[in-house]
Design a protein around this ligand. Sequence first.
Ligand code: FES
Ligand SMILES: [Fe+2]
Length: 333
Amino acid sequence: MTIALDPHLYRDFDWYQRERFSVWSNQWLMFCSESEVADDGSYVAAEIADFPVVVARRPGGELVGFLNVCPHRAGPILWPGQGVTGNLVCRYHGWAFNWGGDLVSARDFGDSPDLCPEQRSLTTIDVASWCGMVFIRIGEGTSSLMDDLGGLPAVVEQFPVDKFRFVRRMVRTLECNWKTYVDNYLEGYHVQLIHPSLTRALDMRTYRVSVPEDGYCHHTCDTTEGSPSGGAWLFRYPNLALNIYADGMNVERIIPVGANRTHVVYDYYSESGSESDIEAMLAMSNVVLDEDQAMCEQVQRAIDSGAYRGGPLSPKHEIAVAWFQKRLVDEVH
Ligand code: FES
Ligand SMILES: [Fe+2]
């Protein structure tokens, strides 16, 4: 019998630091929507697993990414948020960088400060796009994004995603470790207990969870007759969930903020774009997300209390939870 992950790993600061440097800095991570960085000089500056990151559209061309940390004394090149910039000048003391991240001028240091390469460049990171989403990889890596996505794009392309348009964003702050939220996402065992409206829309006898060889998780379920909920629920390690339906989708980004808090960004896409369709999608989604959030936060409080030791995972319902937890433990060093 597989036993759930040691509860200590859901609240320990040192373990979280190890996750940051062995998982979050080595994986391709969904960072923003391509539409947010479509124009020359447009940028998104945000933290992901507490790493300050910028992705920007270099004037005349490609996307660039770098850590939003000046090599002088760690000032921000861009304040967190979105916007358009014509140059990369540190907000603290005014060092200027080109779009490749190299120092152009160190204000009032004289003409040629004697600096080693690490002291004169921003740390650049990998950037790649797929399906209107921009991904980053902070650390060293050799595999391309498409190689890493494996069979996931083929599943997504069974839906008319190229007709979907971004319509709304919602951000939730959950008082729980990021893994508590992911564990919950990865099983349908709880659906009949905590999601009454979703249960009415789904034929729960047909609920299936699979973990294909190439490393993403796939839930499917038939709908009860006439329900609009049929689709695919896909999770790509470590932080991307795609909830795709015939007429729209909800893209979730799970972002740790320290060991005991998690931001989840929900981007909603719709084919019709009609206000009534959008409102109906958001209303149903919010009911389910409120139910999940309440349970995740309750579970986290129980874990934090020290009263839980780690129980058995169901071979029928929780195979994806077991897959996720094993992969995480194997990767953290
Ligand atoms: S911290 Fe950037 S110029 Fe000083
Ligand atoms: Fe749920």
